[in-house]
Each structure stands twice: as structure tokens, then as C-alpha cells.
Design a protein around this ligand. Structure first.
Ligand code: C2O
Ligand code: CU
Length: 486
């Protein structure tokens, strides 16, 4: 056992059998789905100001009162919402007994406001980043990013949504009444010890860190949602540390995929499955008949095979949420097939190509170091990143600051679900991706943005690197070492 452990520590670890857990037969959908409240905001000298306080609490996951962390509450956080063009400010205070950070995942913003591992908020301390929201309407999210501790902080409950509104990149015909026909679903698997505490031990054979057998949606275990309209838009966030979901419905009904990480697609994609690795989002529109019930399910998928068998983290069938349609449903328009204009970044515009090989908890054989800058794109330049998962373990790549587009997947144009704006992408083993992105607006040679695997156990283990954006012709600066000392 010890020998195996040693081997596994470097090479990743696997579980040898898959299991079917938490299917509809076992999940009683007895709790109304909690919907995160919209965060109150106020205007102060032209800025929309929000308050977020990280705090400890307890939450009922069906295992008694489980100790948790949350923003402005016991678990998770309120939904921040701002319009494109607005200057926002978030007053983050830390009422925990340890240092944390708050990162705005998917947001295009200056590095100093990004909330990565360099923007520490110590216990009892505050941090008030401000930036101008300037990107298409999208479902973004926020979560801690303390180096080496991200998995723990997110797992305990620190996560929330940040919705960007923008009339020019939204579609009025899509359901858009928050909490009524436009409902966010933060999907997170959790494991409990016998005392009802969250068990975040990575597990001997998981390879990807903690995998839970209980699925919470917005913190609710066994949730149902009362549907009152003919169509409902679900904003899915895989907020899990490690698990990969392949969402569909138990009756295999089709739905419209309308948006991905960074905004709406150019056209709705009629499908019956959408796969999300940790950190990814999808917006789907489901059609319901009066009085019917539908169960949102995660189907098993093949994440590849290691020495001991199939990788876990994708092998389970998990029932996630029951939709309960009322006897009478308010009409909602059909999903238009054309949605928004998604301008394509062109290969010819790229001035730089960079290879990224993910393997052995490293990227290009390097592990995260707080003061090392790996490269420095010039402001307003377009780059192509050639990315491959070379060890076959499940990985997902997330890039801060930008929304990218998939240029090619194994040499071919991307499938519809990868055709829109993305900030996080699942990397199956040995599949080559070309991602194209522009580093616009912000340059700061001394403050890095992160790129990393969003399997949080891998990220914490060092599968992360740093880049700075420099002015045209500029050179990378020096990362202030003291900035990460708690
Ligand atoms: Cu969702 Cu670098 O993080
Ligand atoms: Cu990984």
C-alpha cells in the first residue's frame, strides 16, 4: 500500500471500478432548490458597489449541521449582477480565521483586481477591487484562489455567481427572470464523514482529489424546482473540485444549449448532453409540459483509463435536480435559432504561438512558483495556445483575464458546444487543441494572471503558471515577493 501511494503521489491515482450512485431511485427530491439571492448593491460616486464577507457557518446537507464557509451567509454567496459599461467595486472582508482571496472567474479585468494568489485578504482584513465591466453578457463566478488552499476553500462553500448583463449580446426571447425562469445551478459533489463534517481528503485512489457521492445544487441536496413557465433557462456551473459531469435528462429529452463560459452562442445547439469539467458553465433552455416532471442527470462518461482502470470522477450516474412543472405554464417564446453575433478571432491575427503540455501536475514540466513569470503577451496582441493533456489524467485548462475561442480540436473545427467564448476547457488525453485569444486593454508587467488546471487538487499541487501582460515592446517586471506573505 505504501509503495502504491508513493507511486501515485507523482503519477496520479485511479480507482479501479465505477459505481452507479444517487440515481432517481435513491435520491428523494424533497427539498426546494435554494436560489442564491441577488446581491444588493448601491451607487457610490458612479460605481456599483457590492459587499462580500467571507465567514464561517453551518449548513444542513442532510447530515446534521455541517461546518461550512460562505459569503454573506453560511454557504456559497449571493449572485452579483452588473451591466457592461458599469464600474463595479466589491468590498471583500474576511471574517475567517485564515487568509483567503476572491477571484472573478471569467472576468476581463486588470491583474491587480483579479483576486488570484497575489491579492491576499488576511483574517480581519478587507480588499476592494474596482474595475469596469466590459464583456458580453455571461455567467461568470467567483471563488477563492489562495495558492495551495483553493480546493479547501471552495469545498467548504466559498463560491458564487457573477452575471454580466449586456443588451447587445443578450436575446430577449430567452427566459431571463432571475429565480423564476432563469435559474442558476451551482453543482458540487460533497463527501461527509460519519460526524457529518465535510470530508475533503483526496481519497486514496481518486487522482483528481476529492470526489463526493452526494450532489448539492446551490447547497441543496435532493432539490426540486417548481417550474411555472413553458421554458426554463438553467445556468449550470460545475463548481466541483474534481468531478466532470455529462448533463442530460433522465428521459433523454433534448434541450437548447444557448451559452457557454463567456456568453451566448451564435446559434442555439439542439442536443441531449452537455459535458462540464470543473469551472465550466453552460446555459441551457428546457421545454416543459404542464404537470410533468423531469430529472436533470449526470451520465457516466469515459475519462480515459489508467493502470488501475477507468478514471473516476466521470464514471457515476448522478441525479441532480427534479423539475416540477405546474398544471398551467405561462407561455414563453421558442428559442430563436440565431442568437448573437460572436466575432471570430482569426489565425492570421495571431502574433505568437505557445505550446502547453499538461502532465504530472506540471505545465511544460514546470510547477507554480509565486515569483516566476512564464511569459509576457503584449497588450492587444492575439496569441494561439497549442494545448495538450499528455498524461491522460482528467485536466481542464483555465486562463485568467481572457475569453478564448477554440480554433481547432485535433485539427478540425470545434464542435458546437466549443464554438463560443470559453475561459475553461476540458482536455481529454492526447487531444490537441488550438486556443486563440486577445490580451486587450490591461497591461501590468509586475502583476501576474494565472493559467492552470481547474481540477483544484492539481492546481494546488502546482499545475499552474503565471503570465503578465506588457505594453507593446515592454518587458516583464518583477513579482513582489512580499505580496503573498500572509
Ligand atoms: Cu476558477 Cu484560476 O480559477
Ligand atoms: Cu489537472
Amino acid at each position: 500500500v505504501l509503495l502504491l501511494c508513493t507511486v501515485c503521489a507523482g503519477a496520479g491515482v485511479w480507482l479501479w471500478n465505477s459505481q452507479v450512485i444517487s440515481t432517481a431511485d435513491e435520491v428523494d427530491f424533497t427539498r426546494p432548490l435554494a436560489v442564491p439571492p441577488l446581491a444588493p448593491s448601491r451607487m457610490e460616486s458612479g460605481r456599483r458597489v457590492f459587499d462580500l464577507k467571507a465567514q464561517a457557518g453551518t449548513h444542513d446537507f442532510g447530515h446534521g449541521q455541517t461546518p461550512t464557509w460562505g459569503f454573506n451567509g453560511d454557504v456559497l454567496g449571493p449572485t452579483l449582477r452588473a451591466a457592461r459599461g458599469e464600474q463595479v467595486q466589491v468590498n471583500v472582508t474576511n471574517a475567517l480565521d485564515q487568509t483567503t482571496t476572491v477571484h472573478w472567474h471569467g472576468m476581463h479585468l486588470p491583474a491587480a483586481a483579479d483576486g488570484g494568489p497575489h491579492q491576499l485578504v488576511g483574517p480581519g482584513k478587507a480588499w476592494s477591487p474596482t474595475w469596469k465591466v466590459d464583456q458580453p453578457a455571461a455567467t461568470l463566478w467567483y471563488h477563492p484562489h489562495l495558492h495551495g488552499e483553493t480546493a479547501k476553500h471552495v469545498y467548504r462553500g466559498l463560491a458564487g455567481l457573477f452575471l454580466v448583463d449586456d443588451p447587445a449580446t443578450s436575446v430577449d426571447a430567452l427566459p431571463h427572470e432571475y429565480g423564476v425562469d432563469d435559474v442558476p445551478l451551482i453543482v458540487q459533489d460533497r463527501k461527509f464523514d460519519s460526524g457529518g463534517k465535510l470530508d475533503d481528503s483526496p481519497g486514496f485512489m481518486s487522482g483528481v482529489g476529492v470526489l463526493g457521492d452526494t450532489v448539492a445544487v446551490n447547497g441543496t441536496v435532493g432539490p426540486y424546482l417548481d417550474v411555472t413557465t413553458e421554458r426554463v433557462r438553467l445556468r449550470l456551473l460545475n463548481g466541483s473540485n474534481a468531478r466532470v459531469y455529462d448533463f442530460g435528462f433522465a428521459d433523454d429529452r433534448r434541450f437548447a444549449l444557448v451559452g457557454t463560459d463567456g456568453g451566448l452562442l451564435s446559434s442555439a445547439y439542439d442536443t441531449d448532453r452537455i459535458m462540464l469539467s470543473p469551472g465550466e458553465r453552460a446555459e441551457i433552455v428546457v421545454t416543459m409540459k404542464p404537470g410533468e416532471r423531469a430529472v436533470l442527470r449526470s451520465y457516466p462518461q469515459d475519462l480515459g483509463t489508467g493502470p488501475f482502470g477507468r478514471f473516476t470522477g466521470g464514471a457515476d450516474t448522478l441525479d441532480v435536480l427534479q423539475l416540477r412543472a405546474a398544471g398551467t405554464l405561462a407561455p414563453r417564446p421558442a428559442v430563436p435559432s440565431k442568437l448573437v453575433e460572436v466575432p471570430r478571432l482569426a489565425r492570421a491575427d495571431a502574433v505568437q504561438q505557445r505550446p502547453f503540455r499538461l502532465s504530472g501536475h506540471s505545465i511544460n514540466s514546470k510547477q507554480m512558483e509565486m515569483t516566476r513569470i512564464d511569459f509576457a503577451p503584449e497588450r492587444d496582441s492575439v496569441e494561439i495556445w497549442k494545448v495538450v493533456n499528455n498524461d491522460g489524467e482528467p485536466h481542464s485548462l483555465h486562463v485568467h483575464d481572457v475569453q478564448f475561442q477554440v480554433l481547432t480540436r485535433d485539427g478540425a473545427p470545434p464542435p458546437p458546444q466549443l464554438s463560443g467564448w470559453k475561459d475553461t476547457i476540458y482536455l481529454p488525453g492526447d487531444v490537441d487543441f488550438e486556443l486563440i485569444m486577445r490580451f486587450s486593454d490591461f497591461a501590468d508587467p509586475n502583476t501576474p494572471y494565472m493559467f492552470h488546471c481547474h481540477v483544484l487538487f492539481h492546481e494546488d499541487a502546482g499545475m499552474m503558471g503565471q503570465f503578465v501582460v506588457v505594453p507593446p515592446g515592454g518587458k516583464p517586471g518583477v513579482v513582489d515577493h512580499s505580496s503573498h506573505l500572509a
